[in-house]
Design a protein around this ligand. Structure first.
Ligand SMILES: *[C@@H]1O[C@H](CO)[C@@H](O)[C@H](O)[C@H]1NC(C)=O
Ligand SMILES: *[C@@H]1O[C@H](CO)[C@@H](O)[C@H](O)[C@H]1NC(C)=O
Ligand SMILES: *[C@@H]1O[C@H](CO)[C@@H](O)[C@H](O)[C@H]1NC(C)=O
Ligand SMILES: *[C@@H]1O[C@H](CO)[C@@H](O)[C@H](O)[C@H]1NC(C)=O
Ligand SMILES: *[C@@H]1O[C@H](CO)[C@@H](O)[C@H](O)[C@H]1NC(C)=O
Ligand SMILES: *[C@@H]1O[C@H](CO)[C@@H](O)[C@H](O)[C@H]1NC(C)=O
Length: 539
């Protein structure tokens, strides 16, 4: 048979082939990668045959690839060197696959008795998956405004695309996220884009039955905000102390970071940045009254801006340099007047409080406060006005106080001598003189009208003598007030025993009781003994 007629025969056989195809070849299609080798396996196990014929059909024409028989392998010149058929099991090996090798391959087994069985399998030669890459329609996006279209492209055959955000697949939700797949590309449309959409990283994978390739990570900046514009502190006292370390800070969620501007009431202040210091506010003047302050955050990319809630306060000067002025002359009870006045060198005083020895000071017939409480007068002064006087100046932002020590000299009012009026000779004598006075009085003593050299409040004699009998006069003198008071005390010195008073009433009573008890006991004893005298027996 010439090659042509043989081929014709084979084709004929192939066309009329019959038998149970399922037993010969596995289910197709069979995928293989370009340039690689493939083995088209059969399910045969050492079949009995005259010929095994492999044909190829590209859809329009069928050609013989190779045939094996007892004589050996016969190959179509088009496949020279690229094919082999295993004589034992009929496997067809195709080497260095080309795109054109895609198509239907049929195997026909011609039995020695002339019966034939034929089966067919589809082979797909796939281009390798490569160049998987994501591209965006925008270099950067604005949240809520932008429609982002990401295109994933790849090389390869029979590609299937998937999109992944981080590790979760991105699913077409039919609304905001739309995925459209084509042969070589897939587009992901996000309309509108949100800040969380593209943090990813975003990946795209292109795959066919044999291969799977992932794109490099893709990231797109989505600008957003400002949101949550916060001013801190969110509330302040009604007044802030002038010159203090106070400032307002503004923050917002924003990408890129927001820029800030500040407003007093509705008027913009020329203060850039997220911090508004009290110093900058004070420079504006007209800050004493309570005003509203707000900040506004702007985003240069989203072109959105948002104000913060308002904070309101006024600025108040602190009270400082508080001082009391009071009398500098020596003050004498009953004669002197004291004026105390309290002033601060700076700040507005809202309330003034006066204290004496840390207790509130009350007005009285002698003590009068000025209507504005800035001063007070005590007239006339008394000894008990001595003390620590404090004025407290207060406003909303400060409390300051100053003190003044007022000393009122007084007395001595009266003198008093305490001590024995009578002693026995050789007894000790102590006479003590006292007088209320400030400063403390100086004491001198006279005996029977004659000055002594005793200059203390105590007049002591270790052992009294008869000649010590007489009148002791204490003189108390206050050098500041110039006042002197005296007190005379009589003392007599008696002979030894003269002052014995015998047994005291108590002692006498004690003795009487003891005697009565003893007597009762004696009587009792006598009666007892009488009863115990034995009576003589009549027998
Ligand atoms: C043909 O297939 C048989 C059975 O699978 C195997 O043992 C043999 O080595 C194959 N021959 C060739 C030339 O590959
Ligand atoms: C102001 O206060 C802040 C925070 O309390 C502090 O960090 C800063 O050093 C203070 N500045 C001055 C001048 O005291
Ligand atoms: C985004 O949309 C808002 C509201 O429609 C608009 O005010 C803003 O200017 C837009 N931003 C950009 C960058 O187009
Ligand atoms: C007390 O006042 C009277 C009358 O004003 C005066 O004569 C007297 O000297 C004063 N005494 C003292 C101690 O200042
Ligand atoms: C005290 O103040 C009153 C009223 O301001 C004044 O009349 C008086 O002279 C003052 N006295 C002294 C001692 O300064
Ligand atoms: C002092 O006076 C008293 C009575 O006035 C008199 O008894 C006594 O002797 C006098 N003593 C002296 C030491 O003069």
């Amino acid at each position: 048979m010439d090659p042509f007629s043989f081929k014709t025969f084979l084709l004929f056989v192939g066309l009329i082939g019959c038998g149970s195809a399922q037993d010969i070849l596995p289910e197709g299609p069979l995928d293989a990668v370009l340039s690689r080798d493939i083995v088209l396996k059969t399910l045969l196990n050492k079949p009995d045959y005259s010929f095994i014929i492999w044909n190829y059909n590209d859809g329009s024409e069928q050609i013989n690839v190779a045939t094996i028989s007892a004589i050996g392998l016969k190959t179509n010149p088009l496949y020279e060197g690229r094919v082999a058929i295993n004589a034992t099991n009929g496997f067809l090996t195709l080497k260095s696959l080309k795109v054109d090798d895609s198509g239907d391959y049929s195997i026909t087994i011609v039995k020695p008795d002339g019966a034939t069985i034929t089966a067919e399998i589809k082979l797909r030669v796939l281009k390798p998956v490569s160049d998987v890459i994501i591209k965006s329609n925008l270099p950067e996006a604005v949240e809520h405004n932008s429609t982002v279209v990401l295109t994933c492209s790849a090389q390869g055959s029979f590609l299937k695309f998937t999109w992944i955000n981080g590790s979760a697949p991105i699913v077409d939700d039919g609304k905001r996220l739309l995925i459209k797949n084509e042969e070589m590309t897939s587009t992901l449309t996000i309309k509108p884009v949100l800040r969380s959409d593209l943090i990813g990283p975003i990946f795209c994978t292109a795959a066919n039955n044999l291969e799977n390739e992932k794109s490099p990570a893709f990231k797109l900046t989505v600008h957003y905000g400002p949101d949550n514009v916060i001013i801190s502190p969110a509330s302040t006292p009604q007044y802030i102390q002038a010159g203090s370390n106070f400032s307002l800070a503004c923050s917002a969620l924003s990408s890129p970071p927001a820029t800030f501007s500040w407003f007093q009431n509705l008027k913009e202040m020329e203060v850039p940045g997220p911090v508004l210091s009290l110093g900058a506010i004070e420079k504006l003047g007209s800050v004493k009254k309570v005003q509203n302050y707000t900040c506004r955050a702007q985003n240069a990319k989203t072109l959105r801006n948002l104000p913060s809630p308002a904070v309101s306060f006024g600025v108040m000067d602190a009270i400082s340099g508080t001082k009391i002025t009071g009398p500098t002359v020596t003050l004498i009870a009953g004669n002197s007047t004291a004026n105390l006045s309290c002033r601060a060198t700076a700040g507005t005083v809202e309330t003034t409080t006066w204290l004496k020895n840390n207790k509130p000071l009350l007005a009285s017939s002698r003590l009068v406060f000025a209507a504005d409480m800035s001063s007070m007068m005590i007239n006339p002064l008394q000894g008990d006005d001595t003390g620590q006087y404090t004025c407290q100046l207060r406003n909303t932002v400060t409390t300051e106080q100053a003190s003044f020590k007022l000393v009122v000299n007084f007395g001595p009012e009266t003198a008093l001598v305490k001590g024995e009026e009578a002693v026995e000779v050789n007894d000790p004598i102590t006479l003590t003189c006292s007088a209320s006075s400030y400063p403390t009085a100086n004491f001198t003593w006279k005996f029977n009208g004659t000055a002594t050299d005793i200059k203390t409040d105590k007049y002591t004699i270790d052992k009294a003598k008869y000649k010590n009998t007489g009148t002791y006069t204490c003189e108390a003198h206050n050098a500041v007030t110039g006042k002197t008071v005296t007190y005379s005390h009589k003392l007599s010195v008696k002979e030894e025993g003269a002052l014995d008073e015998g047994l005291s009433d108590g002692a006498i009573a004690g003795i009487v009781i003891a005697v009565l008890v003893a007597l009762a006991a004696a009587i009792g004893l006598i009666i007892y003994c009488r009863q115990k005298v034995p009576v003589e027996s009549p027998y």
